[in-house]
Design a protein around this ligand. Structure first.
Ligand code: SF4
Length: 223
C-alpha cells in the first residue's frame, strides 16, 4: 500500500469542510460521480447560504431536493439529509464535532444512530472529518481488497476488519484515499489495466490471471 500512497499523493477532498458538510457530502455521493456530488453541495450553499444542521433541519424536503438535484436521487436524499440535520440539531446541539470528540467506537455508534447513516458513511465522517483511525470501505476499496486476497467476503465489516488489521492506524485515511484513486485510475471493475499497475507483483488477482494465460498458452502450443 505504501507504493500506492506514493503513486497517488493524498488529495483530501474534505479540506476546508465542516464535519456536517462532510456528512452531507457523503450522503450526496451515493450512486453518483464526485462532480455531481460537488454540484449538489454547491446547490445547497447557493440555496441556503450555509450548510448547517439548524438550517437544513428547518428546510422543506422539496427545497432540499431542488438544491441537490444534480447529485441524483434527490427525492430520497433530501428527506434523509433533513432527518440527519434534525437529529444532530436536537441531540447534539447542532454539532457533529461533539460526536467526533467521543472515542472511536462510541462516535461510530452515535453516527450510526442518526437516521439513514450506515457504517460506510459513519467511517467516512470519522476518518475524514474526525481523524479517527477507521478504514472506510467503498466499492473501489472492496474490489481491490478482494483482488489482493485480503478477504473473500463482500460483507462490509469483514472487509474493514481485514484492512484495519493490515494498516497502521495513522495510515488508514491516506491508504483509503490511495485505494480509491487506484480503483478509478487502473484497478477498474471491468478490464483493470494490470500491465500499468505498480503493485501487480504483489497482486493475487494478477497472479491468477497471468497463470491462467500461461496455461492456456501452453495448451495452445501443445495442441
Ligand atoms: S494488478 Fe490489476 S487487479 Fe491487481 S491491483 Fe493492479 S490493476 Fe488491480
Amino acid at each position: 500500500m505504501a507504493v500506492l500512497e506514493r503513486t497517488y499523493p493524498m488529495k483530501d477532498w474534505s479540506k476546508g469542510m465542516t464535519a456536517f458538510e462532510v456528512l452531507v457530502s457523503t450522503v450526496l455521493s451515493q450512486s453518483t460521480t464526485i462532480a455531481n456530488e460537488r454540484r449538489g453541495l454547491e446547490g445547497l450553499r447557493t440555496a441556503f447560504g450555509q450548510i448547517t444542521p439548524e438550517i437544513l433541519a428547518g428546510a422543506g424536503d422539496d427545497e432540499i431536493a431542488a438544491a441537490i438535484w444534480h447529485a441524483g436521487l434527490a427525492r430520497q436524499k433530501a428527506p434523509r439529509i433533513r432527518r440527519i440535520a434534525k437529529s444532530i440539531w436536537e441531540a447534539w446541539n447542532g454539532r457533529v464535532e461533539r460526536i467526533l470528540e467521543l472515542p472511536t467506537e462510541a462516535a461510530r455508534a452515535a453516527l450510526m444512530a442518526l437516521p439513514g447513516v450506515g457504517p460506510k458513511t459513519a467511517d467516512v465522517v470519522l476518518a475524514m472529518a474526525g481523524g479517527h483511525p477507521t478504514f472506510p470501505v467503498d466499492t473501489h476499496v472492496a474490489r481491490i481488497a478482494r483482488r489482493w486476497n485480503f478477504v473473500r467476503s463482500s460483507d462490509y465489516e469483514s472487509i474493514r476488519a481485514a484492512l484495519e488489521r493490515r494498516t497502521p492506524p495513522k495510515k488508514r485515511k491516506s491508504w483509503h484515499l490511495a485505494m480509491i484513486a487506484h480503483g478509478r485510475a487502473l484497478c477498474r471493475a471491468r478490464n483493470p489495466r494490470c500491465d500499468e499497475c505498480p503493485v501487480r507483483s504483489d497482486c493475487d488477482w494478477y497472479r491468477r490471471v497471468r497463470n491462467r494465460r500461461r496455461s492456456r498458452a501452453r495448451r495452445a502450443t501443445k495442441g
